[in-house]
Write a protein that binds this ligand. Structure first.
Ligand code: ADP
Ligand code: MG
Length: 257
């Protein structure tokens, strides 16, 4: 059975997709069978692993709205052990279409249940909102990993997402855990970065990852080459930090288990 982790934060541009792509790639590099699920209609996770959504006829949209078997929707990537369940722009309409559907919050969970045996990890990249697509991801997941950009309003945004996680735990998915908070785009020369980091470690000591993702230009260049950073520049600080995040995630699990 796969461990399902959703990468969520209602703010855009905080590093969700970068984290989803590169954490998934690092787990695959550790020979864990990994599926990256793109739940953002923008399809950035797909392009980050070299899959062009323009060439796709069907996507995760068809799995959640039309009950299409997701096995037939999966595409391989250049990296061994890493597959993608892609998104297409249709998914933008799903947020509204879902509203009137039966089991509207549990559609992704039902789809992923058909794939779970085949993978060690399923990593879901969420859109920048706390709407039904993100709620579907949280309902399907074992845990939520929250990327947090080191900026002034970071803490405020955090309380909002934690509220949503509590609501999902109450009604839809009592087993949902917080996998952790990971600081992204960290710049040690910047006072604000250091302040946010200290504040998070003060308030959330038990769930903040030790690993911090630095601001690194290789991480922002890699998607335009359609490659996770480990295939673009494995020696970069960005690549090393995401491999370290994967290692921390796997060792935490061993300790908990
Ligand atoms: P989100 O999915 O939350 O909207 P992205 O992962 O797409 O955020 O990141 C937003 C932008 O910041 C992208 O252009 C991405 O390449 C860049 N970026 C993300 N993380 C880093 C980082 N650690 N260093 C440098 N650029 C980054
Ligand atoms: Mg994104």
């Amino acid at each position: 059975m796969a461990k399902i982790i959703c990468i969520a934060n209602q703010k855009g541009g905080v590093g969700k997709t970068t984290t989803a792509v590169n954490l998934a790639a690092s787990l695959a590099a550790a020979e864990k069978q990994t599926l990256l699920v793109d739940m953002d209609p923008q399809g950035n996770a797909g392009s980050g692993v070299g899959v062009d959504k323009a060439g796709l006829e069907e996507s995760v949209y068809d799995a959640i709205i039309n009950d299409v078997d997701p096995s037939g929707l999966i595409v391989g990537t250049d990296l061994a052990h890493l597959d993608l369940l892609p998104s297409t722009t249709d998914l933008a309409g799903a947020e509204l279409e879902l509203v009137s559907m039966p089991e509207r919050e549990r559609r992704l969970k039902a789809a992923l249940a058909r794939l779970s045996q085949r993978y060690d990890y399923i990593i879901i990249d969420c859109p920048p909102s706390l709407g039904l697509l993100t709620v579907n991801a949280m309902t399907a997941a074992d845990s939520v990993l929250i990327p947090l950009q080191c900026e002034y309003y970071a803490m405020e945004g955090l309380s909002q997402i934690i509220k949503t996680i509590k609501l999902v735990q109450k009604g839809l998915n009592p087993g949902l855990a917080i996998e952790g908070i990971v600081l992204t785009m960290y710049d040690g020369r910047n006072n604000l970065s250091r302040q946010v980091s200290e504040e998070i470690r003060g308030h959330f000591a038990d769930i903040a990852f030790q690993t911090v993702i630095p601001r690194n230009v290789r991480l922002s260049e890699a998607p335009s080459h359609g490659r996770p950073v480990i295939l673009y520049d494995i020696t970069s600080r960005g690549a090393v930090s995401y491999m370290e995040l994967a290692r921390e995630l796997m060792t935490r699990e061993v300790r908990r288990g």
